[in-house]
Design a protein around this ligand. Structure first.
Ligand code: OAD
Length: 242
């Protein structure tokens, strides 16, 4: 990454009418939240099929809830980092802005972002496996075995698990934002998980300048017009600053 790359991206952002951002776990890394893939990542310590799949939940809902309750408790102590705040600031300057996140932590909203689509749901809401009722339980300590107050069935976290389809409205909005983008920022995602990763190709094919912000090369690097290598908490404030 050179200072010319940074300057080029600053110019693109300053001129663009439509900017779309896709974020992944890496944008929250500097808030103390571990990423999924790579050394020390979540999926090295726990098996996603046991803890993040409908089959795993049917087999042992208590075990899945133990893990999600621990993650909820951890998030209570987490705050947005300068990367989240820079994206909230960018939203104020760009006429047509959209932020698509794979994260379930709601730290973008905590930083002030408003135009947010949560592709993989979020960890603070619960959904009833019986009657389908959804409820926002932000910051609330849930019981060890959460059940629906209305119908008595197990509640589950309102997140998207492996093998499940994405929420239709969220996906429609994400596709529309990807297609209209003049600049498409890909921040802190390995771009390994589909269909989310497909949005990068959609944006690129529709003519967007694709900018990757990540300390590492990823599957998205080959589509990127510019790759800015480094932590998003450091790079994003630099490209959004006046
Ligand atoms: P991953 O864990 O797959 O990738 C995280 C990315 O963040 C990697 O490319 C890292 O290099 C990068 N990274 C690490 N620290 C960073 C930093 N400080 N700044 C910027 N980037 C950094 O996470 P996701 O791509 O979000 O899905 O994973 C996608 C989905 O896979 C998740 O939403 C989750 C997971 O399984 C579900 O649970 C459905």
């Amino acid at each position: 990454m050179t200072s010319e790359d940074l300057e080029r991206v600053r110019q693109w952002l300053a001129r663009a009418q439509a900017v779309t951002v896709l974020t992944g776990a890496g944008v929250s890394a500097e808030s103390g939240i571990e990423t999924f893939r790579g050394p020390g990542g979540v999926w090295e310590k726990v098996n996603p099929l046991e803890l993040a799949s409908p089959e795993g939940f049917r087999r042992d809902p208590r075990r899945v809830w133990d893990w999600y309750n621990a993650r909820r408790r951890q998030l209570l102590g987490s705050r947005p980092n300068p990367g989240h705040y820079a994206l909230a600031e960018l939203e104020k300057r760009v006429p047509q802005f959209g932020l698509i996140t794979q994260n379930v932590d709601r730290l973008h909203q905590a930083a002030g972002s408003r135009q947010v689509v949560e592709l993989h749901g979020n960890i603070w809401e619960v959904r009833c496996t019986g009657c389908g009722r959804r409820d926002d339980r932000t910051g609330v300590e849930l019981p060890e075995e959460p059940h629906c107050e209305v119908c008595g069935a197990w509640l589950r976290p309102n997140v998207v698990w492996f093998g499940e389809v994405l929420p239709a409205d969220a996906w429609r909005q994400a596709e529309a934002w990807a297609q209209r983008a003049e600049v498409f920022l890909v921040v802190g995602t390995s771009a390994e998980v589909w269909p989310a990763a497909g949005l990068i190709y959609l944006a690129s094919n529709a003519g967007a300048k694709v900018v990757e912000i990540n300390p590492q090369n990823t599957s998205a690097t080959k589509v990127a017009d510019v790759a800015l290598r480094g932590p998003s908490g450091e790079i994003l404030p630099q490209i959004v600053s006046r």
